[in-house]
Design a protein around this ligand. Structure first.
Ligand SMILES: Cc1cc2nc3c(=O)[nH]c(=O)nc-3n(C[C@H](O)[C@H](O)[C@H](O)COP(=O)(O)OP(=O)(O)OC[C@H]3O[C@@H](n4cnc5c(N)ncnc54)[C@H](O)[C@@H]3O)c2cc1C
Length: 414
């Protein structure tokens, strides 16, 4: 995808920085509306992205809206439930619309759809700063390798650069440098266990607190296995506090070792399987916090805007959703003022906040794993409770009290 310098554009209608799910989704919407869109990424695609690769219902909906669900599902492993395993080994299967597809393939499909829709992809090309004139953003400065800086001007820029803070800092939108969580994953190939592990599984245990582990089957005997740890938790009474200041690479690796010790399934996968990718970690930015959502001429989408759910670390669906919302706001620019475009975008994002808060509350399971045992024990007995948790996972309902003290008391009364 590298182009000769003379062929490179100097202007476009909307410049999208970052071709992950958020940026590519934005580019698809804008290109389909006949806008001249340039999509930039620091890596040539297909590129790997450290992730659990799990697609929950919101991702299915976003992919359907973008017209790529069928292509994704042809390559993905489908599952109909999420298995939650508590510290004492109790398990409950929560019904859901689920799938797993390694990000290298998923992101390539979505990015290619943007190119097919008419977006111009420039990669590898890194945004090093913004062009600012007259009190607003007017484009960005881009660099390929150690070559000279290229300037592309655009009335609107969408920043979709993910969880790493460097690009956000260059765009002057970062409010908190540190991430909300960090997670680490590897891939294990173990074809003998394909038929035994069909559903996605999350594992809560004291040894993994404040965090959790997962096994997500990718199909064809490949499994994504990882651990994540949260930095902030609301605690049982909903009070916000830091539970971890820094999880080093070493402590995450130690946690991964623990996962194998506490989960017989992970143990079997490792014993009979082959680790086919190095254990790699990455930060997560959650709960729509840590960054300004917009500046005149600039909209921040995806994980740069904190669009990943706390607790589960699911963020692919909401990254695409916020990318599409940013595109819709940018489409208003020819009739509305900067302030109106920004207000429209921010109000759409704010409408998503209650669901993000629920996931943040649900982090109590990571902090107090015994609570996961209690909920799993109750959910095994109560179809109604399973349905409520499933409603949260599938976004078909918003069980606002599920993770409050009141909700926990209700656990024993229904
Ligand atoms: C270990 C781990 C497990 C996870 N598991 C899941 C899961 O199972 N399911 C799920 O839904 N979510 C999961 N997530 C979260 C998910 O990865 C993110 O929510 C999602 O990737 C956000 O998409 P995005 O498009 O905002 O950012 P990204 O996917 O990070 O894409 C950002 C893009 O911007 C580019 N970029 C960055 N800086 C620049 C720059 N200066 N110039 C040009 N390009 C730049 C990057 O190269 C990248 O391609 C997990 C995250 C981690 C770390």
């Amino acid at each position: 995808m590298q182009e000769r310098r003379t062929d490179l554009p100097s202007h476009c209608d909307v410049l999208v920085i970052g071709a992950g799910p958020a940026g590519s989704a934005a580019a698809i919407e804008l290109a389909r509306a006949d806008l001249n869109v340039v999509l930039v990424d620091q890596h040539a695609f297909p590129r790997d992205k450290v992730c659990g690769d799990g697609l929950i219902a919101d991702a299915h909906q976003a992919l359907a809206r973008l017209g790529v669900l069928e292509t994704v599902m042809q390559q993905a492993h489908w599952a109909q439930s999420l298995r939650c395993t508590g510290p004492r080994g109790q398990q409950v299967d929560v019904p859901g619309t689920l799938a797993v597809l390694p990000r290298k393939r998923l992101d390539h499909i979505v990015c290619q759809a943007a190119v097919t829709a008419g977006a111009r992809m420039l990669a590898p090309m890194r945004m090093s700063g913004l062009i600012e004139e007259g009190g607003r953003v007017q484009g960005a400065c881009l660099q390929s390798g150690d070559g000279p800086t290229l300037e592309i001007r655009a009335p609107w820029v969408i920043l979709a650069t993910g969880a790493a803070p460097a690009a956000m800092a260059a765009a002057k939108v970062v409010e908190r440098q540190g991430p909300s969580a960090v997670a680490m994953r590897t891939y294990i190939r173990n074809p003998a266990m394909t038929s035994q592990i069909r559903e996605l599984e999350v594992i809560f245990h004291r040894a993994l607190s404040p965090g959790y582990g997962w096994i997500f089957p990718c199909g064809d005997g490949l499994f994504n296995v990882g651990v994540g740890v949260f930095y902030v938790d609301r605690g049982l009474l909903g009070r916000r506090r830091a539970v971890q200041t820094r999880a080093s690479d070493q402590s995450l690796r130690a946690m991964f070792e623990q996962l194998s010790a506490v989960s017989p399934r992970v143990h079997s996968l490792m014993q009979g399987g082959e680790v086919v990718a190095p254990l790699r970690g990455a930060p997560l930015r959650c709960t729509l916090e840590g960054a300004q959502l917009s500046r005149p001429g600039l909209l921040v989408a995806g994980e740069a805007a904190g669009s990943t759910y706390a607790l589960t670390g699911e963020g692919i669906g909401k990254a695409m959703e916020t990318g599409m919302l940013a595109a819709q706001a940018a489409l208003l620019a020819h009739t509305q003022s900067d302030a109106q475009v920004q207000a429209h975008y921010e109000s759409q994002i704010n409408a998503l906040r209650p669901r993000f808060k629920l996931y943040e509350r649900a982090q109590v399971f990571g902090l107090y794993p015994w609570l996961a045992d209690v909920v799993i024990w109750r959910a095994r007995k109560s179809a109604r409770l399973r349905q409520r948790i499933s409603g949260l996972l599938n976004e078909t309902s918003n069980p606002a009290h599920l993770f409050t003290l009141k909700g926990l008391v209700r656990l024993f009364t229904q």
